[in-house]
Design a binder for this molecule. Structure first.
Ligand SMILES: Nc1ncnc2c1ncn2[C@@H]1O[C@H](COP(=O)(O)OP(=O)(O)OP(=O)(O)O)[C@@H](O)[C@H]1O
Ligand SMILES: [Mg+2]
Length: 285
């Protein structure tokens, strides 16, 4: 193990994972489906459903990034919620580190949450304005219990520095920060449990274009330093191209194409991917 990896490993030990095969994909999703019942328009007959996901398969290897693109309503956030075990699938499975998240007992799932965290789109809405930054970033650790006040303070200072903020920022409130800085706080909160997987749903789309690159570079830098794995959701092909090793195109709840971003965007095969690429003139091919 080289120095950087050994620092990363010591700085970011993970929870006990039993006999997980290190060569197996970190995340394995199979046949994932989610149907949402629609409100009844008639009091009789079968209830109509939206098939938000219709059988999605994907794997992500440790330390890699998978991008998911697709138009609005294609099922991207539904996929993120199911991978995060914030919602229950109608069918299919999500395995993280060999554990089937949707079949874990509640207490085991709560403990497993240490290994996967989420960054949301809106750094304004996702941070509680009444809480200090220290309280916000340590919230996932508090949910796991066991840490003392002193430990929480120390961990908050460390993780803020990791995302390019100052330890002293821990005592401020979200309104004292810019959009980009707030997203750094959200990333710090996701990092504090030393997760193996971070699911980011449109992490830069609420930010000013000039700040987007800084946040993407931070995510990339954290991956190089800590070996964290990303599932990155974006409607912006340029964002995915910047950060991801592989891209998957969702259309009406199905994966219609997948591959390396450059290949996929320069020679899209599926008509839907072609339309998606054609709709983004600013992407350099
Ligand atoms: N809780 C819900 N109840 C009913 N229908 C839902 C629910 N959540 C999502 N849907 C439906 O599922 C489909 C997929 O929604 P989803 O939010 O996953 O799309 P998305 O790809 O994230 O879109 P966007 O790019 O606009 O964020 C949509 O038709 C949506 O209306
Ligand atoms: Mg969405």
């Amino acid at each position: 193990m080289n120095t950087i990896n050994s620092i990363a490993a010591s700085a970011f030990p993970t929870s006990a994972t039993g006999h997980f095969d290190p060569n197996a994909p970190l995340l394995r999703v199979r046949g994932l489906q989610r149907d949402y019942p629609l409100p009844r328009t008639r009091p009789w007959g079968p209830r109509a459903q939206v098939q938000a996901l219709r059988g999605v398969d994907l794997d992500i290897t440790t330390g890699r990034s998978l991008g998911v693109v697709g138009e609005s309503g294609s099922g991207k956030s539904t996929l993120a919620r199911l991978v995060m075990a914030l919602d229950t699938p109608s069918a299919g499975s999500v395995h993280l580190l060999g554990r089937d998240l949707h079949r874990l007992p509640a207490h085991a799932l709560r403990a497993a949450r240490r290994d996967f965290q989420m960054v949301f789109q809106d750094p304004y809405g996702s941070l509680d304005p009444r809480q200090t930054v220290e309280r916000i970033v340590t919230e996932p650790l508090q949910a796991l219990g066991s840490a003392t006040r002193a430990e929480l303070r120390e961990q908050a200072a460390a993780v803020l520095q990791q995302v390019g903020l100052r330890a002293g920022d821990a005592h401020k409130y979200p309104h004292e920060f810019s959009g980009g800085q707030r997203q750094r706080i959200a990333i710090a909160r996701a990092l504090i449990t030393r997760p193996r997987l971070i699911v980011a749903d449109e992490p830069v789309s609420a930010l000013d274009v000039s700040v987007q690159a800084q946040v993407l570079n931070l995510l990339q830098d954290l991956q190089e330093r800590l070996g964290v794995t990303y599932l990155l959701i974006s409607h912006d092909l340029a964002v995915v191209q910047h950060l991801c090793d592989e891209v998957l195109v969702l259309h009406e709840g199905r994966v219609v194409e997948r591959g390396a971003p450059h290949t996929l965007f320069s020679t899209p095969q599926h008509p839907y991917t072609q339309a998606l690429v054609a709709a983004v003139p600013r992407i350099a091919l």
